[in-house]
Design a protein around this ligand. Structure first.
Ligand SMILES: [Zn+2]
Length: 217
């Protein structure tokens, strides 16, 4: 990581989704990436590190990544940035998804800013590139901090696996193409925080991922 970026990964919800608290040590301003739920626990970690939250970032509209977003945004008066607008139908479906999966009630929300490929988002003085990586969901975005060689990839890519594509508007070919044309070219040494499970590097996945590694079709 660069001197200025700090991060704590906080698994939340019964799905153990990796919410990331990221902050800029120069200003102590920060953001939560994918505040999927358990917001009291998230806020305890924010207070623990003495971070001033300035926004909420969302990779995609799935329940385990987004069910805490509306409540946090209202409680702390924070703007929401992301995902890309093709995920609107998932965000609108959050209340129904919450009841279907036995989550606490979740509300839909309207981002202050929908994101597009090539956009930049800021957290304090940190700048993240936005990469649109559809396939798991049509509006899925990845947040990439070049100076730290670190990406927050949501459910696009995991250590040893890839996001599922059997849900509405999932697309396996699109997902593979996004990983190969938008993530792997960033460089083998880059680390990524996936939506579930341990941190890995793009190089490790290129070598050994059975779905999208270099040796796979
Ligand atoms: Zn997902």
């Amino acid at each position: 990581m660069s001197a200025n970026l700090q991060c704590e990964v906080i698994p939340v919800t019964p799905f153990q989704q990796n919410c990331s608290l990221v902050w800029d040590t120069a200003t102590m301003r920060g953001a939560l990436v994918d505040a999927g739920g358990e917001i009291e626990r998230l806020l305890e970690r924010v207070r623990h590190h003495g971070v001033q939250l300035e926004k909420l970032l969302v990779t995609h509209g799935h329940l385990d990544h987004a069910s805490g977003v509306r409540d946090l945004a209202e409680q702390l008066k924070l703007p929401i940035e992301g995902p890309q607008r093709e995920d609107l139908f998932w965000i609108e479906g959050l209340p129904e998804a919450a009841s279907r999966y036995g989550f606490p009630p979740a509300r839909s929300f309207t981002p202050a800013r929908w994101l597009e490929h090539g956009d930049t988002v800021t957290v304090g003085t940190l700048e993240f590139d936005v990469l649109h990586c559809p396939g798991h969901t049509p509006g899925h975005v990845v947040f990439y901090h070049g100076p730290s060689r670190l990406a927050f990839v949501g459910d696009v890519l995991f250590q040893g696996s890839i996001g599922r594509t059997d849900l509405p508007r999932g697309n396996h070919e699109q997902l593979i193409e996004a990983i190969r044309t938008r993530l792997f070219p960033l460089g083998d040494d880059n680390r990524f925080v996936p939506g579930h499970g341990p941190i890995s590097t793009f190089g490790r996945e290129r070598r050994s991922n059975p779905y999208v590694g270099d040796g796979v079709g």
